[in-house]
Ligand binder design. Sequence first.
Ligand code: S6P
Ligand code: ZN
Length: 185
Amino acid sequence: MIDPFVVRLDLEEGILTPLPERVVRRLSDLRGLVYDEELLARELARGDPIIYEVRKLAIPQKQGQLFVNVTFLKAGKIGKEYYFTKGHFHINEKAAEVYLGLRGQGVLLLRRGTDTRVIEMDRGTLIYIPPGWGHRTINVSQETLVFLSVYPADAGHNYERVRSEGMGLRVFATAKGKGYEIVNS
Ligand code: S6P
Ligand code: ZN
């Protein structure tokens, strides 16, 4: 059981008050997921910076509950590939999700079988991810990408499927270094 509760969400910065639990993902967590693994290994020899973090409200992992998270995905690239979240499918194939862009400019990649979608995300973009669609977020801007996620607490996350099958698409900086291009991969 859980009582009704209230927190503050700073709609400009995405900061929750009081600050909830923090999950951190580093460059090394992108091993096996990036386009250029050799380049990643060389960059890791120099250090293992934080790529993104997720702030998670404390909600019981029980059917009927909803998890509420805010993701902060840093700006940067590995070679020409913009920083991205690992990406996952929900283990519970009936579990949908809602994303709300708060800050920065990103791209949400969706995949279900051979069907892929590319959705631009910025402040005020509300995206409905139906059950069964794998999802990964990419930061294509020069500032941190911030977005809110709401999804069933019993969704579960399958990361291995994305690791083995990929997302079908990647997001690269264009040759001129500005903007982005979507490539099959
Ligand atoms: C959870 C939701 C987000 C991601 C977060 C990090 O279902 O999609 O909160 O967990 O953006 O991405 P990932 O792929 O590392 O879980
Ligand atoms: Zn999800």
